[in-house]
Design a protein around this ligand. Sequence first.
Ligand SMILES: [Zn+2]
Length: 303
Amino acid sequence: MTDCTEPRPSSDAADVTDPAGVAETTGVTVRAVVDALDARYPRNWAESWDRVGLVLGEFEHPVTRVLCVVDCVPETVDQALDLGADLIVAHHPLLLKPVSSIAPDTFKGALVHRLIRAGVALYTAHTNADVANPGVSDALAARLGLTGLRPLAPAEGAAAGEGRGLGRVGELSEPLTLARLAEFAAGRLPVTAAGVRAAGDPERLIRVLAVCGGAGDSFLADAARSGADAYLCADLRHHPVSEHLASGGPALVDVAHWATERPWLDEVAAWLREVFAVEVLVSDVDTDPWTVHANRNDLEISP
Ligand SMILES: [Zn+2]
């Protein structure tokens, strides 16, 4: 299973939450895992446009093996079925927008049919896992060794609370130039074809770094207010970046979306192993859509 971390069965079944009754094998049901995930990532912490929680699956179905993924796509569904997973915990919602059909000849409908036929439940924790403490950006910050973390955009409303919010700001263990920071991030984060690119003076010294798992350009102003020397996130675009830099904002580091959220899978998997006596696997299938990166400077040009 080269695409997975080694399964590590939990050592303690005593804390298993199973309000629905006793499952057939491990004593763990889909309902028990859903209840625990809902308690850790309450659904009302999600953004109003988001769609989180159980997507499909039988509540009383037993769970012996869980696969954590960023995206529920054919490749990760293949993996779940190959591994015999009973439950997929995904970061991105499969069904974010309303649909009028899940016919099997549609992309998403085919996945729904495959999962239901195989008896695999699907659960999503998205922006409710982003704002949580620990949340998606804590795992990203931990990969980069940041300390003294605080939220980049503190949570409001139902999600408001100690350390909760979108993104994190923290200190690097030692100052790095922007050019070195980009190399450092490329070395610490999961490898993707897109790699890491940075915007700003390559020699700028970075001590305080803001990070945000996933698309981050809606928090450029927060990053500027945070006092960070640089801001690392995904999906940055030409005009917002150039305008942000022109107005004196922190340097920017753009990372593949999948690579910024993949670290969270390890954190949620470790927590699930502590709570439940089930195997929890983490998918390393790179679901970033960018698969090719070319740079003329990298080419050996023959005369
Ligand atoms: Zn995302």
